[in-house]
Design a protein around this ligand. Sequence first.
Ligand SMILES: *[C@@H]1O[C@H](CO)[C@@H](O)[C@H](O)[C@H]1NC(C)=O
Ligand SMILES: *[C@@H]1O[C@H](CO)[C@@H](O)[C@H](O)[C@H]1NC(C)=O
Ligand SMILES: *[C@@H]1O[C@H](CO)[C@@H](O)[C@H](O)[C@H]1NC(C)=O
Ligand SMILES: *[C@@H]1O[C@H](CO)[C@@H](O)[C@H](O)[C@H]1NC(C)=O
Ligand SMILES: *[C@@H]1O[C@H](CO)[C@@H](O)[C@H](O)[C@H]1NC(C)=O
Length: 459
Amino acid sequence: MAETLRLTIQRLILAALIAYWVRLPAQVSAAIFDGVSNGQGSSERLKQAGSDKEGASKKSYTSAKSEMVNITSLNAECARRYMDSLLADHNAARKQLCGNFTKRSNVAVFYTCFERLRLIHRALPSIFLSNGIRNFDVFISQDGISPSIFDDEVFSIPGDMPYVYIQHPVNLCTGLHMHFVKAFAFDIMGYDILLIVEEDNVLHPQALQLLARMAELSVNEPDVGVVSLLDMDMGPFLDSSRFSVGIVPVRSTTGHLWIFGLHRVKYDAIREMMNAYYDAIKGYEYRTKHLLPLRPRIEALMIKYGFPIPSPFSQDRFFLNSLATANFTKRYQTLFRFFQPIGSSGLHFKYNTSHFVKIFGQHMYNGLIDPSAAFDVTKDPRDIKAIRDSVRLRLNRLFQRYRRSFPLESLVNSTFYGIMEGRLNGQGVAHNIRGADKGSPPPPPPIATCDLRQSRGAI
Ligand SMILES: *[C@@H]1O[C@H](CO)[C@@H](O)[C@H](O)[C@H]1NC(C)=O
Ligand SMILES: *[C@@H]1O[C@H](CO)[C@@H](O)[C@H](O)[C@H]1NC(C)=O
Ligand SMILES: *[C@@H]1O[C@H](CO)[C@@H](O)[C@H](O)[C@H]1NC(C)=O
Ligand SMILES: *[C@@H]1O[C@H](CO)[C@@H](O)[C@H](O)[C@H]1NC(C)=O
Ligand SMILES: *[C@@H]1O[C@H](CO)[C@@H](O)[C@H](O)[C@H]1NC(C)=O
């Protein structure tokens, strides 16, 4: 009973918020209220939009007297109005979203989340336990008109910890949500550095400091755009005493955008393209971006800006393609993994846990570093030589111990390049040498792409 009452009240508040913030035409908000009073939570209805074929929600919806709008387009339209109104008036947006919070840092940390509370409860505390976190401004951006992550009493953040919690009143979906984060940080709030942590990652205590330092280092690199934490575990083949703060410039499409950073000067160069993408997708259902009517709209932009075709239609990939068009074809990536990915099962998840762990491993770097000492290992040939020597030495040791032979030169070579290109599944290679299938050579390290992220992240 109490639970039902609470939910109903939540829905009423939600509907009021949507109607107020998004300033819907009267017949649209009437449709939302109609759904609430029929016991069809608007949040349920909006979330199910698109997949709901004959549900009661659709019936109650069509009974509302609005022939023009259906639920799918209703959510997209709500999201468009909400975003447009935020972007139109920066002062008003600051007040609406941040209250009386005052900016203290030039670095914004954004934790973006949806509704997977079990993961959020493990991941979010690691942000607040980060070294030097009080030197950054922390924002929590929750999408998806789900219950607030703070509804659950289990969850707490130290009382004196400043942060801003933004709960969006509509479902932005990743396309608009990621645009929001960038536009909010750089345009509305005027930060110099933006660090983004996705929902399902537990951070090493020094990860954010290291990432902020990498973003600073990227400024003077003409071909580096985004900076990110390595998603694999290459540790078995690297000397941590020398390279734990090492970074490598890798192709920008190598690895995931799970935990990444961007400096304002890079965003300045791609703002026009990002805004054009926003204009193209707003008001449309993002989850079907590969279909009509969104597909040709995005394709037209890709042609206009000379992106490689075909290319995924996601905001992420458009972001990386935009950076590449501005000649930022690479990203700075760490050599060690400074976080633990815990989201092995997600909304659109294609891999089971064991398969996920096999690809990505499950451990993070467990030492301590000096984040301000970060350096590009490719700038000094002695570092490259040291990495190559270390790969050879460790492969030799593994082969002598487990196979009583020496590794083929091609394996030494491909392992070394796997590291320098930031894509080596080091644990996997080591496991295969030690392991079960003695006859067959270890498989080549998988090349991760941004598409995988879709299977793991929130919508
Ligand atoms: C709802 O609107 C969208 C976008 O206008 C359209 O693609 C879709 O077919 C409509 N769905 C229904 C059930 O009318
Ligand atoms: C800022 O807002 C919070 C919560 O709304 C309030 O407790 C606090 O007193 C406000 N601080 C100032 C300086 O107005
Ligand atoms: C990218 O580099 C090319 C070749 O050096 C140059 O012609 C072009 O102007 C550069 N583009 C931008 C946006 O800086
Ligand atoms: C997990 O997925 C992999 C690859 O799809 C499959 O080979 C394996 O049997 C699955 N394991 C379980 C426990 O379902
Ligand atoms: C070493 O690997 C790289 C990248 O995989 C390849 O381009 C190169 O030809 C290889 N060199 C040798 C000597 O095998």
